[in-house]
Design a protein around this ligand. Sequence first.
Ligand SMILES: [Zn+2]
Length: 505
Amino acid sequence: MFQRLLRAAAPLSLFLAATAATAQSADAPITPADMMRHIERLASDGFQGRAPGTEGERLTTAYIVEQMQARGVEPAGEGGSWFQPVAVAERQLGASTTRWLARGNSVEVAANELVLMGRDSSERIADAPVIFGGHGVRLPERGIDQLAGSDVRGAVVLILAQGPRIEGFPSLAERTRTLAEAGAAAVIAVVGADIPWPAVAATFARGTTRLDSTPLPQVVGAIPIGAAQRLVEAAGGDMTQLLNDQPGSSFRAVALPIRASLDVNTGVRRYRTNNVVGRLRGSGSTNESLLYLAHWDHFGTCRPAGEADRICNGAVDNASGIAMMLEVAGRLSRQPRPPRDILFLATTAEEVGLLGAEYFAHHPVVPAQSIVAAINMDTVAIHPAGEPVAVIGRGTPALDRVIDETVRSMNRTLDADDEAEAFVPRQDGYKLAQVGIPTVMVGGSFSNMQYLNAFLGGNYHGPADQPGGAIPLYGAAEDANLMVALGRRLADPAVYQRPAAASGE
Ligand SMILES: [Zn+2]
């Protein structure tokens, strides 16, 4: 009897001791201090502002890997590594010369009325046909093909920059890509009067950064509508007439009696950067994953030599999001695992155009349809605790329901308006949503626009976004704990199923 009691007691006490130790850390809420530790490291001057393709990237991604590893997260990148390499191309305007022959007569297009950028550093297009392509839109599923019947291979194609405000109308970038794939040598966007030309020229002057895998024609560019009109008139045409003759979706591209020679120099820098991807294995074999993401990159050295503080440290934007993701990973790792796998994605090159997220969306480490939901964390430390919870990216009812229930279960209230929706296209989650992954941002940092506007109008993207007493972390910690609770539910198929309607496309 005694022995039996003793034998029973020993394992029981061991069990209690063990659970007490783990329970304390696993269930202890995430605190402001937990998050501040990461922010102080990631946004220290030593990390050099975390610019992609620099030593700052190496230090940042190494820190994220080390912290994930310490929390029991396993690598889920390429070839069993933690990394998903992303090839990026950065382009700056250089000098270009053009020659236009309309019906054999030379036509001048003023240098300040045309901006051209090459795919490679030196692009030459000689005596190419010029085509006016309308909007250059090809939507076979709606029976629209403005390029039908015309051969754009090797041609300089002029298209109207602004499309009609129709749901699903392809962006200028998408239409340019379509034309590149059809073989156009150059795509020049005709900019209408409602967009100020100096703003367009300034945008080009700032340069562009894209995934290097993005199909581009040899040359892309822009021209104000007045200059394009004069060019077409010199060839005996009238652009307004061309459009009115065959309006809207019935428009067909028109070959103009113009030949163009373009000689375009561009500063091109190609570099490789990395997403970091980790995974917590679920307790089941669902072949499904929940995905958390946060961007690790920022602007690096962002001020010219001579200025006192030259580093944009990105403490709030977005060391705070990475800090939240690491702490959420730690809690989810130590608590009993839900059935689904949980992926943690630290994206690169968000600041230059959501590029790491775009790459992942098109090269997900698991099939996109198997990702049941994604939660993005960006700029999460700008508000006090107790703020209502806003949701960016509502529209998947099954997901919205679980979010709302979870928020209420934590005695928090939901934001009553939808003003945060304006930020949907400005964050990484947008790229995942575009490939059909139900993606949201959830938290208090954008329910009261007063806090968000104060940040955007203040330290945002400047050297002052750095560690210090001014970063409010009580609201962020509260949101981090909501992220943990939400993750446990979304990673459980008994609580949440990704609706079939949101899959594919
Ligand atoms: Zn930013």
